[in-house]
Design a protein around this ligand. Structure first.
Ligand code: AKB
Length: 313
């Protein structure tokens, strides 16, 4: 790769792990991490960027001669419902800033994460196809549908090479998610390792598509490194990891930690989850750029418990 990568939203659940992965692959000096605040864990080059500030992004792009942008900043599904108009404003304004700056500065590649939140009641619940009718029930989902159409527009109209994945719920030990409906699937492991009971905000049988952090990082890098002609979908690719319900994770955890206790107290996040798919058809990602997940629930559970045991030691 020639040039430098800018990551916007580098302190988030995915951003912090992806930043390290990109630094390892392309060199510490070639990755510029950015977010609203600098944090202790930030290694390498870090710049403060509020992505609603067009001039600030432009300044950093010029300063470092940026050639690739990963735009990860967004307000997620559950938090987004607290202030819908602000969520819309932030999610859409930041994307349009990135797209316009990318076009004007001849950025070579842009990554834009979409989500299973684009699907709503009209989509099939099982093996949801990539080209489903999209009628999301959250403002986050609406902003991602809008975003998917904008990235395709910039590709078709200006030839901007934007690539996108619809992420399932992401599970990882490295960072805590914030503001999502799938966050329970990370919190549950923390509580289990701390030997505390877990109160789940979804019903016990609410099955959702999920993916392990290692798989999601590999998917993102494989998509970004694929030859341009292999990227046939310019809105966003479905990818599947696995599907499970809170009851399934609790059962798997109790095989390692038999005293684990879970209770269920569904709240408004259950209403969000019930409109999302239970499983995803990712055949286009498999055919176009060779996507295959590696982790099942047993492997995820072993890896999460072992890593969090070390963390809390
Ligand atoms: C959320 O729960 O909002 C996110 C997502 C599925 O995009 N994790």
């Amino acid at each position: 790769m020639n040039g430098k990568i800018l990551i916007i939203g580098a302190n988030g659940q995915l951003g912090s792990v992806l930043t390290t992965a990109l630094q390892n692959r392309y060199g510490l000096e070639n990755v510029i991490a950015s977010d609203l605040r600098k944090q202790e864990h930030n290694h390498g080059i870090f710049e403060i960027i509020d992505a609603t500030d067009y001039d600030r992004i432009q300044h950093v792009v010029t300063q470092y001669n940026i050639t690739q942008i990963y735009h990860l900043a967004a307000i997620l599904s559950a938090k987004g419902e607290v202030n819908p108009l602000q969520t819309w404003d932030i999610n859409t304004k930041t994307l349009l800033n990135v797209l316009e700056i990318s076009r004007l500065n001849h950025i070579e590649k842009v990554f834009y994460p979409s989500s299973i939140a684009v699907f709503g009641a009209a989509a099939l619940k099982h093996n949801t196809p990539n080209d489903s009718y999209l009628n999301p029930s959250t403002v986050y989902g609406i902003s991602k549908v809008d975003g998917e159409n904008w990235v395709q527009y910039y590709f078709l109209k200006y030839g901007l090479d934007v690539r996108s994945i619809r992420y399932p719920g992401v599970i990882g030990y490295q960072t805590l998610p914030g503001g999502g409906t799938t966050d329970y699937a990370v919190d549950i492991y923390h509580k289990a390792v701390l030997k505390e009971p877990f109160v789940c905000f979804l019903k016990e049988d609410t099955t959702l598509p999920m993916i392990y952090m290692d798989d999601v990082i590999r998917a993102t890098m494989e998509l970004m490194e694929a030859p341009s002609e292999k990227i046939k979908i310019r809105t966003s690719y479905n990818i599947a990891g696995l599907s499970f319900s809170p009851k399934d994770v609790a059962l798997e955890i109790s095989k390692i930690l038999p005293n684990f206790i879970i209770a269920y107290k569904p709240d408004f996040r259950e209403d969000i989850a019930k409109n999302w798919p239970k499983s995803i058809d990712d055949s286009h990602a498999q055919i176009d750029w060779g996507w295959q997940p590696n982790y099942n629930l047993e492997a995820i559970t072993k890896s999460m418990i072992s890593a969090l045991n070390d963390y809390y030691k």
